[in-house]
Design a protein around this ligand. Structure first.
Ligand code: ADP
Ligand code: MG
Ligand code: MG
Length: 251
């Protein structure tokens, strides 16, 4: 079965009942890279949040199967332990918890689930340190509190560091290119490409062709009004880049 199979997914804002997702169908198989594009407000971020179980949204219909397992009634933490990773478009600050401690807790939670012994801080440092270097991050970064006072670019690098340390079967990356200069974008893209195997997959939301030139998508989807209205190959992204969303023929 596919890694992720979303069928007829509808979801609303819990507090107001306002419907945002209006019947999303999406299939992601192992080893595939999916790009989601679409105008502001089309529901791209909401889709990723609903997939990871963000508490502000309620699933009102449809199904989400991840590795054949129904995600809808699973807690966000359990979805994450099952191998789903999300980068937040505006990642949260976690006061009083250093990056190092946060990553160590996340890794040990996964090891515990797999019946492996917890890593100690020294052992873990030797795992995390080369990954920090690969992302050209200052090692002092690990001592800072999660996201506290990070610049936009630092947050994005940090999200990819989290992904490379924690690992994932499916990574949902929401605008990892926003606020990155060309060099930083290349570092982040190299790190993501370095994580790809025939077994794991990426769904990335982006407005920009330049990210798709660096991380080559297997499929590009266009979202509008809470639905995926068109799916194709990377030529769709080129078309949007040149002529805007209006240039995409819908049938
Ligand atoms: P995109 O990521 O494609 O720009 P979003 O998924 O962030 O779009 O938002 C889709 C629509 O749903 C927007 O009109 C947005 O204002 C609305 N929306 C999303 N989340 C909420 C929320 N928690 N409360 C109210 N409106 C929301
Ligand atoms: Mg947006
Ligand atoms: Mg968004």
């Amino acid at each position: 079965s596919p890694l992720l199979e979303v069928r007829g997914l509808t979801a609303s804002v819990k507090e107001t009942g306002q419907q945002i997702l209006a019947g999303v169908d999406l299939t992601i198989r192992e080893g595939e890279i999916h790009a989601i594009m679409g105008k502001n407000g089309s529901g791209k971020s909401t889709l990723t949040k609903v997939l990871v179980g963000h508490p502000h949204y309620e699933v009102t219909g449809g199904t989400i199967l991840f590795k054949g397992q129904d995600l809808v009634d699973m807690e966000p933490e359990d979805r994450s332990l099952a191998g789903l990773f999300m980068s937040f478009q505006a990642p949260i600050e976690i006061p009083g918890v250093s990056n190092f401690d946060f990553l160590l807790m996340a890794v040990n939670a996964r090891r515990e689930k797999s019946g492996l012994p917890a890593l100690g801080p020294l052992e873990f440092y030797s795992v995390v340190s080369p990954k920090v270097d690969a992302l050209k991050m200052d090692p002092k970064f690990l001592d800072r509190n999660v996201n506290e006072g990070f610049s936009g670019g630092e947050r994005k690098r940090n999200e990819i560091l989290q992904l490379s340390v924690i690992g994932a079967d499916l990574a949902l990356l929401d605008e990892i290119d926003s606020g990155l200069d060309v060099d930083a974008l290349e570092d982040v893209a190299n790190a993501v490409n370095g994580l790809l195997t025939p077994q794991n997959s990426v769904m990335m939301i982006t407005h920009y062709q330049r990210l798709l030139d660096l991380i080559k998508p297997s499929y590009v989807h266009i979202m509008e009004n809470g639905k995926i209205i068109k799916t194709g190959d990377s030529s769709i992204a080129t078309q949007i880049n040149e002529g805007g969303f209006k240039s995409i023929a819908l049938v």
